[in-house]
Design a protein. Structure first.
Length: 440
């Protein structure tokens, strides 16, 4: 029984999206490549600037390659993952995009094939550490991203100065968790709203946002989410209980930010979010905008990472050369730069990163690039590792839903240990039902 794979998104909406996709691709059973060299490609329809950049790259590729035609279908982001889950492997396109944490689930369902021998060694060798970490499963590469993301603490320099605080600008300077708690109280006194920080509560801690933004606290406290395919005794560890007890205490200083503009309008001094907010933040705050590392709970500051990636499906078998040509084009520095200029994401290749106007050495968002240079998996989190990938497991949807439910309850005042115990039991029960989520 694999019903847990279908929890992301509305299946009713997914069915509609799937029907639209199959219509665009020529009908069920015809999603893969055609004999005339047509490559079918699916991607999520997210930010308008991303979609425009991707369509521009597809047009550029088609203009330069007369023997290969790429047909791009954009699926609404809210339905994207569930659409892939609801589609049989034989009805998938040749190439598809996916969110990093879902990759292992698609490998388990035999909807992805290894990229070694399809994507060039030059491209694979040029990946930044975070992209390599989040695209690898069981020692093989199944996905490669054009970009990655970073998570940080953004501050309003004027309000920090009013509170008598200096912003830490490197991982070594990160506030300790005790300093962070004390500083929240100080900043609440000088913030117009009376609250110090926006933690993204409006995005729902029960969704992926909750796990993505709170798991760095667990890793920094010496805990993690799972080990060796088990959650009990790991997710509900003493380190995690302490970290989430601390996190829930910040509610006293947190602005719910229902307007979505509390930080931009100077109502709060801090916000806990990712690199994708930089364009709007920079426009609103100008020189008052500062980027800081997340607080250190004792095992060093940590941050999550992992974003949209590209992979090949079984439909590409027999047409690997064409699929490889297109993927190599998408993953070239020129294409990566075009995309990251559109979405302000972290370039996924080392050479594009070095020349980035935002993430290169000495640039405004270099902290995010520095974090990704010290990337690791969630089962081997050292003090030196900063950017940590979420668990690479086929059962990740269950991890998200179970941990998210616990976080929402904890934020509402529920007992931390009891909620983590329930989440751990739910995860382990699901993994047992699915034979440990191991490949067979």
């Amino acid at each position: 029984m694999r019903n847990t794979r279908l929890r992301a998104g509305s299946m009713g909406a997914a069915g509609v999206a799937l029907a639209l996709v199959l219509t665009a691709c020529g009908g069920s059973g015809d999603a893969g490549s055609d004999a005339d060299g047509t490559l079918k490609v699916w991607a999520h329809s997210g930010q308008a600037s991303e979609a425009e950049a991707l369509q521009g790259l597809v047009d550029q590729f088609n203009d330069a390659n007369g023997d290969i035609t790429v047909e791009l279908t954009l699926v609404p982001e809210a339905d994207y993952t569930s659409t892939i889950q609801a589609t049989k492997a034989e009805d998938l396109p040749d190439i598809m995009e996916m969110d990093a944490p879902t990759m292992a689930s698609f490998v388990y369902d035999r909807k992805l094939i290894p990229l070694e021998g399809i994507v060039s060694e030059e491209v694979l060798d040029n990946r930044i550490g975070g992209v390599k970490e989040s695209g690898t499963y069981n020692g093989e590469t199944y996905a490669v991203g054009m970009f990655d993301v970073g998570l940080g603490l953004w501050g309003n320099a004027s309000l920090l100065e009013a509170a008598g605080l200096e912003a830490p600008v490197s991982a070594d300077e990160a506030w300790t968790v005790d300093e962070f708690r004390t500083n929240l109280a100080k900043l609440a006194e000088v913030s117009p709203s009376g609250n110090a920080i926006d933690l993204g509560e409006a995005n729902s801690f029960a969704a992926e946002w909750g796990l993505f933004t709170t798991s760095p606290n667990l890793w920094s406290a010496g805990g993690t989410l799972m080990k060796d395919g088990k959650a009990d005794g790991v997710l509900n560890s003493a380190e995690n209980v302490e970290a989430l007890t601390e996190w829930s205490s910040w509610k006293d200083y947190t602005d719910p930010n229902t307007s979505g503009t509390a930080f931009q309008e100077g109502q709060v001094a801090l916000t806990w979010t990712g690199n994708w907010m930089y364009p709007g933040f920079s426009e609103a705050l100008g020189e008052d905008l500062v980027l800081m590392p997340l607080p250190d709970f004792g095992n060093g500051t940590k941050a999550g990472h992992g974003s949209w990636q590209w992979g090949a499906t079984p439909a590409a078998e027999g047409n690997e050369e064409a699929a490889g040509e297109f993927l190599d084009f998408l993953l070239s520095d020129d294409s990566i730069t075009a995309m990251t200029t559109a979405n302000a994401a972290i370039p996924g290749s080392t050479s594009a990163l070095e020349t980035s106007e935002l993430y290169g050495e000495g640039k405004p968002l270099a902290l995010f690039a520095d974090n990704l240079a010290s990337a690791c998996g969630s089962e081997d989190v050292t003090a030196e590792c900063i950017a940590v990938a979420r668990p690479v497991t086929p059962g990740y949807p269950t991890v998200t839903s179970s941990v998210g439910s616990a976080l929402l309850a904890i934020w509402g005042g529920a007992d931390v240990k009891e909620e983590l115990d329930k989440a751990a039991r739910a995860i382990d029960a699901d993994f047992t039902d699915n034979n440990g989520d191991e490949d067979d």
